[in-house]
Design a protein around this ligand. Structure first.
Ligand SMILES: C[S@@+](CC[C@H](N)C(=O)[O-])C[C@H]1O[C@@H](n2cnc3c(N)ncnc32)[C@H](O)[C@@H]1O
Length: 192
């Protein structure tokens, strides 16, 4: 029997489809919100031995969980993990990244107060845009089902709508019938 899954099942699924399409062996990419390290693991697998993933999180627990996951899969040498806010990424990341992934919100199973915030997320997105290689991509999963997430979504949409269409293409995937708190996925491609 064929094990069928819906193709449009979540914002994270859309993000992960974009990772597969964009990231090649030898690429350098950013995981701006390590969390449990699932995205970081997939990115490490995609960049291969010659690539590099720069990872950021403000919680020691997120770095520990990510480190353990990467260790378990034998790819820890492909990542540089930083216990610092993504708004500081420009101090650690070299120009020319292929992709930067942001999975906003809080670390599953931990303090919900430690969530990403509109102001610092916008600073980080500006930095990531400057670091992108031509035809590089920002991939942002947004969770507007809680008050800070809703504020963040409004701020990110306003920010992305102001980006020059000559330099960037912006696409917003939204689950139109998913209710007001449905997660969404914002993609920004640098086209020159
Ligand atoms: C939804 S989780 C990320 C999930 C992760 N991508 C995964 O695959 O498991 C969001 C993470 O963002 C982190 N975070 C919050 N503020 C941050 C900041 N300013 N810079 C970097 N990470 C931040 C939280 O600590 C949390 O671990």
């Amino acid at each position: 029997m064929i094990n069928q899954q819906p193709a449009l099942r979540s914002a994270r699924q859309i993000a992960s489809d974009v990772f597969e399409r964009m990231v090649r062996k030898g690429d350098r990419v950013v995981d701006a919100t390590l969390g449990t390290g699932q995205d970081c693991l997939r990115l490490c697998q995609l960049v291969g031995e010659s690539g590099l993933v720069y990872g950021f999180d403000v919680q020691q627990d997120a770095l520990r969980r990510t480190q353990e996951r990467l260790d378990m899969h034998g790819v820890k040498d492909r990542a540089q993990l930083h216990l610092i806010g993504h708004e500081r990424m420009a101090d650690y990341v070299e120009q020319g990244i292929r992709l930067a992934a942001f999975n906003l919100g809080w670390l599953p199973g931990s303090d919900k107060q430690v969530t990403t915030k509109a102001e610092t997320t916008l600073q980080a997105l500006d930095s990531a845009l400057n670091l992108l290689a031509p035809f590089g991509m920002l991939v942002v999963c947004i969770y507007p089902g809680h008050p800070e997430g809703a504020r963040e979504e409004r701020a990110l949409l306003a920010w992305s709508a102001r980006l020059s269409a000559q330099s960037y293409t912006v696409l917003w995937h939204q689950f139109v019938n998913g209710g007001p708190g449905a997660p969404s996925c914002l993609l920004v491609e640098k086209i020159k």
